[in-house]
Design a protein around this ligand. Structure first.
Ligand code: GUN
Length: 293
């Protein structure tokens, strides 16, 4: 079975658009997202543009803050503080990666945990990692993976889940989310001795390493659910742009072995944006509940 992330994301976006209009009607509150982009990295510019367009389509207001690549740490922190204090802003995202001279950890620390729609604040990540605690927000890409797994009918309890990759943005939080759902989780990374045999044991496989087609067909357990987070550019002279996108999984080889698998593109990618919209709506809901209290 092919897991159609694009269709699932569109359905979620339509639901969010309905919820946004309801919030405007009932509470005279329109959710707002601030997108902070430092510098001119083309991929980051594209991501931010896509996120703001998705906001507009869902009726969410977005505020773009495009800052020069050479901005100093204190000025960037002040932008974040101003957004923390702005009642029209319910979500703040600082597009990563930041230029090298900036201290990412300190910037993410400065974002109010109530507006942390990327879920990267250490308090939100910490709560995600701890038993009996709940974060206010969870990172969008792994959250999207979990929704796709649900849609594919995954049984989490007691399942062997393998997460390939341990990045702060995807691998690590994905592993935490799977643990919270009572899966038995193995994190496979660049120093793992025999990644293939680890993957072969996986009922649920989440690949997020950024290596084109690393997961071969014979790494996949028959019937497994495979979520491919990879977005790798490979040269392709026949393609209009000169490249095409491939995942971390050799899709053609894996699709006949897996019980269900996401394509690249059209799998996880669209889900990330849908989850960001969902988190922004939640940010606005948090402001409403706080106003009542
Ligand atoms: N860079 C790569 N993924 C993400 C993401 O989900 N959010 C932000 N802010 N930056 C990213």
């Amino acid at each position: 079975m092919l897991i159609d992330g694009k269709a699932i994301a569109q359905r979620i976006r339509n639901e969010i658009a309905g919820d946004v209009e309801k919030m405007v009607q009932e509470h005279d509150l329109r959710p707002g997202l601030a997108a902070v982009l430092v510098g001119e990295d083309p991929a980051s510019q594209t991501y931010v543009r896509m996120k703001r367009k998705a906001c507009a389509e869902a009726g969410i207001e977005s505020f773009g803050h495009e800052l020069p690549a050479d901005i100093d740490q204190e000025s960037l922190l002040q932008v974040v503080r101003d957004l923390n204090a702005d009642p029209k802003v319910h979500g703040i995202l600082v597009q990563l990666p930041l230029p090298d001279h900036l201290d990412e950890e300190q910037v993410l620390n400065e974002i109010s945990i109530e507006k942390d729609v990327d879920g990267f604040h250490p308090v939100n990540i910490g709560r995600l990692s701890m038993k009996g605690r709940e974060p206010l927000f969870m990172p969008c890409t792994p959250m999207g993976c979990m929704v796709l797994l649900e849609e594919a009918g995954a049984k989490f309890e007691g399942a062997n889940a393998v997460v390939l990759g341990r990045s702060n943005i995807v691998g690590l939080p994905a592993a935490m989310m799977l643990i919270k759902r009572n899966a038995t989780v193995t994190v496979v990374h660049s120093r793992t001795k025999d990644p293939a045999s680890m993957c072969r044991n996986a009922d649920i496989l989440v690949a997020a390493v950024g290596r084109p087609k690393m997961v071969q067909g014979d790494w996949v357990k028959p019937g497994a659910i495979v979520i491919d987070v990879g977005v790798n550019r490979v040269d392709d002279p026949t393609a209009k742009r000169g490249y095409r996108l491939v995942g971390d999984v050799d899709f053609e080889a894996a699709k006949d072995v897996a019980g269900a698998i996401t394509p690249v593109p059209g799998g996880v990618g669209p889900m990330t944006i849908a989850m960001l919209l969902k988190n922004t709506l939640r940010g606005a809901e948090l402001q409403l509940t706080k106003a009542k209290a």
